[in-house]
Write a protein that binds this ligand. Structure first.
Ligand code: AMP
Length: 115
């Protein structure tokens, strides 16, 4: 069993740690990244603790996370110019918080390949 008491994103979802929240519904929370890498940088996080994409069993959940990301991109006014959605997984993927999340990044031109 994961220790959700000490999980940063579980603590944000429970309201124990403040965040700039943009969506808070039954299943998900979305909030602005504390260290934004683009003018819009929002994290879309399921309230249920899932360590990473590697732990995912509900395949529809990521679809709902991506649908919310697209809705937020429209709300942020970046849908027409474009944006990037990213899921970092594990050490080599650059994941630093062990709770599944989608990054929504936009408002500037993105380069490829990522670093
Ligand atoms: P990742 O490296 O893909 O696991 O992404 C974790 C993200 O969480 C990073 O972009 C961090 O800047 C962000 N982050 C860490 N702590 C907080 C916090 N307290 N509030 C909002 N975002 C955070």
């Amino acid at each position: 069993m994961p220790d959700t008491r000490s999980c940063l994103f579980c603590q944000i979802a429970r309201g124990e740690i403040p965040a700039k929240i943009v969506v808070n519904n039954k299943e998900m929370i979305a909030f602005r990244d504390i260290n934004p890498q683009a003018p819009t940088h929002i994290l879309i996080v399921p309230k249920k603790h899932i360590g990473s994409l590697d732990d995912l069993t509900d395949s529809d959940l990521v679809g709902r996370m991506m649908t919310l990301a697209a809705a937020l991109a429209r709300q942020e006014g970046i849908a027409k110019t474009g944006y990037r959605t990213v899921i970092n997984t594990g050490k080599d993927g650059g994941q630093s918080v062990d709770h599944l999340h989608v990054h929504l990044l936009g408002g500037r031109h993105m380069t490829w390949p990522p670093g």
